[in-house]
Design a protein around this ligand. Structure first.
Ligand code: SF4
Length: 385
């Protein structure tokens, strides 16, 4: 089972309540960003390019709990920044768990093993470890040699200590579908509960602007990866979101589905774009011009976006909005289809082997002027905005 039955039941009853109340826009997962500081500086990340005084700032536990209560979602995802760098993270998580929120703490796991003793295993807490693929791909993506090995050690330690552990994988242009499939095998063998998969978003602040995926390329890649899948693979994303990635469903974005709260307040309109901030969640709902976002709006920043934080809530909403959506979803959970597809298998077999060239190690000491160093070639400078 990709998530515990109690979690599935909690989410189902929450969404049904929203439907019965006639709420047109309701949140599903709070994206809580208690800090932007990180101990990595990934080339595709658009979250850490702030001046030093912002990177030092943190939400207090009380602010985190108040945000969770204010928007009322049954699930809280804690990205960042690296949450384990926040000195009060164990207290923040304990408070959310006490409020019966299902917490996914997104971590690069560099500090997971050494900080594990500060947390208590609970059905409400899952460590969602950021792993972008096999060793070579992950280390390249996070610009840190050895990052994969440390993350896998953290995963094994957390599983052995009785924690729920999941993974989140972001794919960029140049990802190798065959390698991603081997990566799934490795993760499941390490004892993780389930995996999350999403294409990256074209952050205009990210140092590496060349490797973001367009929609057609994304669908082709996800079709190769997710068709002919193994029964042993468990995904914690909604099955219709997975079909959306493969080009079998078409969903518009519901940016209010995963609202973001950080030291700046409630971010308009979504986790990815920063078109201002609201002081309260209600103000975010009321004052955001939602019609200006999503692929159909014509907003160029949304044109290629297929990310999980914008579209998974759309799949969940579709699930509960019609009998067709409900039956489709129920069948996916009951029969766990493997999406047998001869053309996708051919695509996979013929996929050209990709090589990254030298690993890029980014010095994040000064986040405003990110310095890029290759491990085997001369250093070069890239503006981090
Ligand atoms: S399409 Fe993507 S970038 Fe645009 S509002 Fe939705 S999540 Fe944000």
């Amino acid at each position: 089972m990709a998530v515990p039955v109690s979690q599935a039941f909690t989410v189902m009853s929450y969404v049904l309540k929203q439907k019965l109340k006639g709420r047109k826009r309701y949140p599903l997962v709070l994206m809580l960003e208690p800090l932007f500081r990180c101990n990595l500086a990934c080339a595709g990340c658009g979250k850490i390019q702030y001046p030093a005084h912002i990177l030092k700032a943190e939400l207090t536990p009380e602010q985190c709990w108040a945000a969770a209560e204010e928007c009322g979602t049954p699930m809280v995802s804690i990205p960042g920044g690296e949450p384990l760098l926040h000195p009060q993270m164990p207290e923040i998580v304990a408070g959310l768990v006490a409020r019966k929120k299902y917490v996914y703490m997104c971590t690069n796991a560099l500090l997971l093993k050494e900080k594990l003793h500060l947390f208590k295993p609970s059905k409400y807490l899952s460590f969602s470890v950021h792993l972008d693929g096999e060793k070579e791909h992950h280390d390249f993506g996070v610009c840190r040699e050895g990052g994969h090995d440390i993350a896998m050690e953290g995963i094994r330690a957390a599983v052995a200590a009785g924690f729920r552990v999941t993974t989140n994988t972001t794919l960029f242009d140049g990802a190798d579908p065959n390698s991603v499939r081997r990566h799934f095998d490795q993760i499941m063998e390490a004892g993780v509960e389930s995996m999350m998969l999403s294409p990256g978003y074209t952050y205009d602040k990210a140092p590496d602007q060349q490797h973001f995926l367009g929609k057609a390329k994304s669908r082709r890649m996800f079709r190769a990866i997710l068709s002919n899948r193994k029964k042993s693979w468990e995904f914690n994303t909604h099955p219709l979101f997975s079909e959306f990635l493969m080009g079998k469903q078409d969903f518009e974005c519901t940016p209010w589905g995963m609202p973001t709260y950080s030291i700046f307040g409630w971010q308009k309109p979504c986790y990815l774009l920063q078109d201002g901030y609201a002081d309260t969640f209600q103000e975010l709902l009321d004052a955001t011009e939602w019609e200006n976002y999503g692929a159909k709006s014509g907003n160029p920043r949304c044109a290629n976006c297929m990310v999980h934080s914008g579209h998974e809530a759309s799949a969940v909403d579709y699930n509960f909005s019609s009998l067709k959506g409900f039956i489709q979803t129920a069948k996916r959970y009951m029969f766990k289809p493997t999406y047998d597809d001869a053309d996708a298998m051919k695509l996979l077999n013929e996929w050209p082997k990709t090589s990254h060239g030298p690993l890029v190690q980014i010095d994040n000491a000064a986040s405003t002027n990110v310095v890029v160093k290759t491990t085997v070639q001369e250093s070069s400078a890239v503006s981090g905005d």
